[in-house]
Design a protein around this ligand. Structure first.
Ligand code: SAM
Length: 272
């Protein structure tokens, strides 16, 4: 495997696509805020790496407006197909998607910004990839990447079942060889890529028992990794039937009058 190759471990089954769409609904406003802070402006040409169903590209497209362009790149053809269909549904005529791995991508000219969300963590050598990606950005252009901190997921006050599930999710990511706290290391990854010290920001969706998307997202992440938990012997009996997860959690969050915090999404950026 080369430095920038990735065998995306979370798959592309329908459940994973639905999880990514839900993730987009929860996180896109924070991504918009981060991209705006980083300096995405009308007229820019943007490259979105690991574009998945297209949400980050669509956020960027709104910021760069009709005089800018966005190219989303993804290694999975089914993701590219979905992103294209969504772009045409939403009427984004200057947003395009290509099916390519980072390694195989060739650009005609440098871009004004290279961006990505939840992609670097899936690559075997994120700093080497970031170095390669930054070579495609014109001097003065932007390099902006977002990654999360799964281990920071919590309820306040603590709900034991939620805490145990969040800890098991963290453990499952680590068992898959993925760093659950990758977002908190972005500054080192930028430094190791020769990009100096990035600026940082963070956005964290949170909600109460009334917040359907927040509870559903926790359940969908658990659905994704529970086979790994089972395989490694840390399955959680109370939530073995994942369809019970949301009602059970909702009752417990309501009874404790708690708030639930999803994994914070950390964004790092530099101007080249
Ligand atoms: C967690 S998803 C994130 C999707 C999107 N950025 C978002 O936030 O909604 C990661 C995506 O990166 C893609 N991917 C993984 N490795 C890749 C590579 N080496 N080159 C291009 N795409 C890759 C996967 O196919 C997947 O769609």
């Amino acid at each position: 495997m080369t430095a920038t190759e990735s065998t995306y471990l979370l798959g592309h089954e329908d459940a994973e696509v639905q999880r990514l769409l839900l993730q987009g609904r929860l996180y896109d406003d924070y991504t918009e805020h981060a991209l705006r802070l980083a300096g995405l402006r009308p007229g820019m040409r943007v490259l979105d790496i690991g574009s998945g169903p297209g949400d980050v590209s669509f956020v960027a497209a709104r910021l760069v407006g009709p005089t800018g362009t966005v190219l989303g790149v993804d290694a999975a053809p089914e993701m590219v197909g979905l992103a294209r269909a969504r772009a045409s549904e939403k009427g984004f005529t200057t947003t395009h998607f290509v099916n390519a791995t980072i390694d195989s991508l060739a650009l005609d000219e440098p871009v004004d910004a290279v961006i990505g969300r939840l992609i670097l963590m899936h690559l075997p050598d994120p700093a080497a990839t970031l170095r390669q990606l930054s070579s495609w950005v014109r001097p003065g252009g932007l390099i902006v990447f977002s990654e999360n901190d799964i281990a920071a997921t919590q309820s306040i006050p603590e709900i034991p079942l939620f805490a145990r599930t969040a800890a098991a999710i963290t453990r499952a990511f680590e068992a898959l060889g993925l760093s659950a706290r990758f977002g908190t290391t972005l500054h080192s990854v930028f430094a190791d890529a020769g990009l100096g010290t990035p600026r940082l920001t963070v956005g964290t969706p949170m909600g109460t028992a009334a917040d359907t998307d927040v509870l559903a997202y926790a359940a969908e992440v658990w659905r994704l990794v529970s086979p790994v938990a089972q395989q490694h012997g840390f399955a959680i009996d109370e939530v073995a039937d994942i369809d019970n997860f949301v009602p059970l959690l909702r009752n417990q969050v309501r009874a404790a009058d708690a708030v639930v915090m999803m994994p914070p999404m950390i964004t790092a950026w530099v101007q080249k």
